[in-house]
Design a protein around this ligand. Structure first.
Ligand SMILES: NC(=O)c1ccc[n+]([C@@H]2O[C@H](COP(=O)([O-])OP(=O)(O)OC[C@H]3O[C@@H](n4cnc5c(N)ncnc54)[C@H](O)[C@@H]3O)[C@@H](O)[C@H]2O)c1
Length: 247
């Protein structure tokens, strides 16, 4: 039997980057995966199905609460349950604090905090019904670094860690674990847009483990946290950054 067989996993921001890698990994290990994304996931769904897995592409704008609720309904209609929720989608614009407008601030919080809040609430009855559940929120190691121009992002990810810790306590009685994973700099199409090759190299050189981190490295940690092997890990923020941050 595969590691995540008979589990249904929702992954947000699954169309590319870390979310895509998590979706591929969980599907390869037997989970039925619901890919919540704004953009088209047709090819990813097709790839997973051709490899013998089960995947459902669900169109969802995480800034719109009604879109989140209808996405959840679509998943439950198709699969009848939800065992795993990966709040991966996130936006990380770089803007100096003085130039951040309230609208920009609210945009970042809408995707990075409000959407995870709404999804955690929406999946809860289904996880309670099966008396087990796994929630993983994707945060960032940036909170422990001195990065510039990311105050809205940093505040949002710290809020997500707070939510992780609070829910890990409140939901334990239902057999639900809640953890977060904090990547370091990961090479994705998005980070490639604002990161030069020199910066990728110098960040890797500053890590004790001197390789640029890939989306698959993050997916491996997520797969462990949602597995039976992590049954007694909850409320933790696991940093996957090659060893830079220790706390
Ligand atoms: N890549 C890194 O170096 C890095 C480092 C630390 C933390 N992270 C975190 O990892 C997560 C994924 O990062 P990534 O680099 O893969 O990002 P990405 O930009 O490649 O992908 C983000 C995904 O979120 C989706 N998304 C954004 N806004 C959305 C919305 N309103 N509705 C629906 N989907 C929406 C995008 O469509 C995309 O699929 C984010 O939470 C990010 O903060 C990334």
């Amino acid at each position: 039997m595969k590691k995540h067989e008979q589990k249904v996993a929702i992954i947000t921001g699954a169309s590319r980057g870390i979310g895509e890698a998590i979706a591929r990994r969980l599907a390869m290990e037997g989970a039925s995966v619901a890919l919540l994304a704004r953009s088209d996931t047709f090819h990813l769904v097709q790839d997973i199905q051709e490899a013998g897995g089960s995947a459902l592409g669900v169109s969802c704008d995480l800034k719109a609460p009604c879109s989140i609720l209808s996405a959840l309904n679509e998943v439950i209609t198709q699969y009848g349950r939800c065992d795993i929720l990966i709040n991966n989608a996130g936006i990380y614009p770089r803007v100096p604090f003085e130039n951040i407008t309230f609208d920009m601030w609210r945009d970042v919080f809408a995707v990075n905090v409000d959407a995870p809040f709404l999804l955690c609430k929406a999946v809860l009855p289904h996880m309670k019904a099966s008396r087990c559940g796994r929630i993983v929120n994707i945060t960032s190691n940036a909170l422990w670094l001195t990065l510039q121009d990311m105050s809205h992002y940093m505040a949002s990810k710290m809020a997500l860690i707070g939510l992780t810790r609070a829910l890990s306590t409140e939901l334990a009685e239902y057999g639900i674990t809640v953890n977060s994973v904090a990547p370091g700099l990961v090479r994705t199409k998005s980070t490639e847009q604002f990161t030069t090759e020199d910066v990728f190299q110098s960040v890797a050189a500053s890590q004790p483990l001197q390789q640029t981190i890939s989306p698959e490295d993050i997916a491996g940690t997520v797969s462990f946290l949602v597995s039976g092997d992590a049954a007694y890990i909850t409320g933790q923020n696991i940093v996957v950054d090659g060893g830079i941050v220790r706390y």
